[in-house]
Design a protein around this ligand. Structure first.
Ligand SMILES: C[S@@+](CC[C@H](N)C(=O)[O-])C[C@H]1O[C@@H](n2cnc3c(N)ncnc32)[C@H](O)[C@@H]1O
Length: 364
């Protein structure tokens, strides 16, 4: 988080003007104002001349951006045109939330309007999202394809975390990973690109096969990408893998179901095999980014969708018989545990840079 934290009262003033705030940010993107601010500190007069807009109007737009916490302004005297503005770190990423192709725009196509203004009925159990509009798990090829597309669009931080620890994760000869609930195989394709010896099978509902097939065709590493169709609620997980990953999967299910899935993974993994859990572990920042799903899924009882903290999974893993639980840092943390509790061997980079050192949670 950057800047000061807004009080709930101040936040509500902004939210009550949310449509205008998004208009301000989109205008700043279209005008090139976000780019100009990212280039360095500048004053209203310079910005006005560069962008061809009226300085006496521009400073009001900049005040709107400052109220959103996206820029900092500093007056240098009485003349507002000399007020200097600088971007807060992460300005471009923040503005992108309102920009074209954003995750929030993608989410907007889900039928959340069926709940809007009717939350009391929803909370009383009288109104839900009809299964034909959105079921959990997604029902039919069209729903599944749309959902997996949304998931793939938000994978960047997960790809970064896995890439940062590839040498540590895939240190066995010709390792085999089963990516459980692995979507359309986009994450798998990224993993294969960074690790030439790795083979990945995506485990997903049988209807997902054509989606993974398309990813396989589009990836230059597709010959190492496989698919196993199945329903992890009703079946055992397939054996023969060195590692199994659950990326944004466990938090969609009640805790006993998540525990049962981990036990199935434990049963299927070879001794010394690893389990990898990666999802948005609960922080205020991530809870805010999750707002859409928290809202929309009030109307979908089958999907639990709750952000848990890392410790929740550490407890669950211990109860399921995994040991040597390690939390690897990244844009999202990655929890790694071992079936027979053999210690992980940290890579050199992690041991020399304390801030990037894996965080060992278990006594050896
Ligand atoms: C929230 S998505 C996460 C997808 C992917 N791991 C990612 O992070 O982009 C959950 C995944 O679990 C799959 N899934 C849901 N229920 C399933 C079941 N009963 N058996 C197998 N896969 C299931 C969904 O189809 C989807 O691919």
């Amino acid at each position: 988080m950057t800047g000061t934290t807004l009080s709930p009262r101040a936040l509500m003033s902004l939210l009550a003007n949310g449509a205008k705030a998004v208009d301000v940010v989109r205008t700043a993107l279209d005008l090139g104002l976000i780019d100009a601010l990212e280039e360095g500190e500048t004053c209203v007069a310079e910005l006005g001349a560069r962008l061809g807009v009226v300085p006496g109007r521009l400073y009001k737009l900049l005040d709107c951006l400052e109220s959103l916490g996206m820029v900092r302004g500093e007056a240098t005297g009485d003349d507002f045109a000399l007020t200097r503005y600088r971007a807060v770190p992460g300005l471009r990423e923040a503005a992108g939330v309102a920009g074209p192709g954003s995750l929030e725009l993608d989410r907007d196509r889900y039928p959340w309007r069926l709940l809007h203004g009717r939350l009391t009925d929803v909370l009383r159990g009288e109104t839900s999202i009809p299964e034909d509009d959105f079921a959990w798990p997604p029902k039919g090829p069209e729903q599944l394809a749309g959902f997996e597309r949304s998931m793939a669009a938000g994978l960047a931080p997960f790809v970064q975390t896995f890439a940062a620890h590839a040498a540590l994760l895939w240190n066995a000869p010709a390792p085999r990973l089963l990516d459980v609930g692995g979507g359309d195989g986009t994450l798998a394709a990224h993993l294969l690109a960074g690790s030439p010896g790795l083979r990945v099978d995506v485990y997903n509902l049988p209807e997902a096969e054509p989606l993974v097939g398309r990813t396989r065709c589009e990836s230059p590493h597709g010959h190492r990408l496989g698919f196993v169709g199945g329903d992890f609620l009703g079946e055992a997980l397939p054996a023969g893998y060195d590692a199994m990953s659950f990326v944004r999967v466990l938090h969609d299910w009640p805790v006993p179901t998540a525990g049962a899935l981990l036990r199935k993974a434990h049963d299927a993994l070879r001794p010394g095999g690893r389990i990898l859990i990666c999802e948005e572990f609960r922080t205020p920042e991530r809870l805010a980014a999750q707002f859409f799903w928290s809202y929309f899924l009030m109307g979908v009882d089958a999907c639990v969708s709750r952000l848990y903290d890392v410790e929740h999974y550490v407890r669950l893993l211990r109860r399921t018989g995994f040991g040597d639980v390690t939390v690897l840092p990244g844009p999202v943390e990655l929890i790694v545990a071992t079936k027979d509790a053999r210690p992980l061997e940290p890579v050199a980079e992690s041991t020399t840079n304390p801030s990037r050192r894996p965080h060992m949670l278990e006594e050896r």
